[in-house]
Design a protein around this ligand. Sequence first.
Ligand SMILES: NC(=O)c1ccc[n+]([C@@H]2O[C@H](COP(=O)([O-])OP(=O)(O)OC[C@H]3O[C@@H](n4cnc5c(N)ncnc54)[C@H](OP(=O)(O)O)[C@@H]3O)[C@@H](O)[C@H]2O)c1
Length: 345
Amino acid sequence: MTTPPSSETKTARHRQSTEAVTPRGGRLWIIGPGAIGRLLAVRIASARAGDLASQGKSSLPEILLIGRQAPSSQETSIEMTTPSGELVIQKITNSSIGSMEYLPKETPMAIWITTKAYGVEDAWATLQQHISSSTPITCWQNGLSAQPWLAEQHSGLLCASTTEGAWLPESHSPQRLPVQHAGHGQTWLGPWATTGMASAASIVDAHQQIDWLTRAGFSSNTADNMQEHLWHKLAINAAINPLVARYRIRNGQLRDRPFSLLVRQAVSEISAVLNAKQISPPPQGWQALIDDVIRTTANNRASMLQDVLAGRPTEIAAILGPIRSTAAQYGLQLPLLDQLYRELN
Ligand SMILES: NC(=O)c1ccc[n+]([C@@H]2O[C@H](COP(=O)([O-])OP(=O)(O)OC[C@H]3O[C@@H](n4cnc5c(N)ncnc54)[C@H](OP(=O)(O)O)[C@@H]3O)[C@@H](O)[C@H]2O)c1
């Protein structure tokens, strides 16, 4: 009769087999354990755990979730509630950005930055000391302030733009990280540099990351022209978020007067800027696209509104800043957007 392996031996073997299949040596670091960071982490880690259980191997990366308040390298559970109300619990290694210098040296396979736009510079100040210039980095921020700045610091930058929705329920335990996946969406990911200018390595990296996302159940595509995708998302955010945050209303109330008139004015100011910048409009036109988003998100409280209500900083600079500076460049006036910018700053 053979002796069953001790749980320690089983753990060691499991660890060995997990390490043996982690591709290109190293984990995927997700910097910013907020709503989007947790959602990405839990879905990729669950898909990887599923592969390991069914096939004994996985080419999906192991995740290291890095935050400001996390303890140093500890196992934590992410508890995700899916849009249909199912609970998914997945163990994950969580670490603090402040304690990185005390951790064993590790070359990450890739880094996803999922802080708010205004948090990227601080995260980068620590991060840059621990990575090489060839590490693929992907920015997940809305707006267009963090990406051009980080592209100056790190070559081969990738960017993602997603309409997945997630928010953070209250949590009282640092060992349990809840996240509500509010709704499925579409994710675009590609090099920051436009077609013809992007390096072959960043195109390969983008395809690999799209593969991870797809296998984790996200509907996702690579994008040849990420800057255009980011401008399109920015246009939608700029037409909706400052108005709902200023007037403390849900998105759907923008269909009523007097707000519907303000939406029209915002769309007219934004589309003049995008025309001047030669960003091609969506096939249905800006007004129809934005009306459609307002209709499909009617019950939502935009994150900018939630930030205002909670007294937190907002992403107003990342969203209206690029529109205001482009308008100044082309001599265009933005009476409504400038006023909203001043009122929300
Ligand atoms: N949530 C969505 O549905 C959604 C959808 C599409 C795009 N986005 C975009 O994704 C980005 C993140 O949004 P979110 O909703 O996930 O924000 P969030 O919930 O506020 O998460 C941001 C996280 O980053 C952490 N952080 C800040 N500075 C850091 C640093 N220096 N090092 C490590 N971690 C740091 C924050 O930690 P603390 O708790 O310590 O502040 C927080 O956990 C935003 O640009 C947003 O516009 C969000």
